[in-house]
Ligand binder design. Structure first.
Ligand code: CUA
Length: 177
């Protein structure tokens, strides 16, 4: 078969390397696609703006209203504020296999959140509410890490996410709404 690259390149060795680089790019792109589909990764798509300097004056993000709330359909909404250098409230407890919608706003600069070994990952951009809906299949203690450099304390900006087995009673943090 005639090499389709022949009319743009006369050199046999060069054509070989062009093919190798094309195959490598294709393999890398395919792996990304497989990983995104198998890990159920979605780009956050919620666009909702908020005044970051007045979070404490809003009803939703006032200090007393942060945390886990149960919705009428049994799903949970977790409202959090990210601020240098922590997530508030600092400990979140949710049951496994339950739909959890995180609504997180930054009180100052750009932060991120990543929970290793799960698909929970988003940027927290000042001026916007970041919303991610997911469920955690495996019970355990997870780190809730800031993954956007936000200042000198970035390395220590993390919280605890505790996923309890679904049958276990939630011990803390459950506010009915
Ligand atoms: Cu917040 Cu890094």
């Amino acid at each position: 078969m005639q090499d389709p690259l022949r009319h743009i390149c006369d050199d046999e060795l060069e054509r070989r390397w062009i093919w190798i680089s094309l195959v490598m790019a294709f393999v890398a792109g395919s792996l990304l696609g497989v990983y995104a589909v198998s890990g159920n990764l979605h780009p956050p798509s919620n666009v909702e703006s908020i005044d970051s300097s007045r979070l404490h004056l809003t009803e939703e993000f006032a200090e007393d209203n942060l945390g886990v709330k149960e919705n009428a359909d049994g799903s949970l909404t977790v409202t959090m504020v990210a601020a240098r250098y922590g997530f508030f409230p600092p400990v979140i407890e949710v049951p496994a296999d339950t739909m959890v919608t995180f609504r997180i706003a930054s009180a100052d600069v750009l932060h991120g959140v990543h929970v290793p070994n799960t698909n929970m990952s988003t940027m927290i951009v000042p001026g916007y509410v970041s919303e991610v809906t997911t469920a955690f299949p495996a019970a355990g203690k997870y780190a809730f890490l800031c993954n956007e450099y936000c200042g000198l304390g970035h390395d220590s900006m993390w919280s605890r996410l505790i996923v309890v087995p679904r049958s276990a009673q939630m011990s803390t943090g459950g506010q009915q709404s």
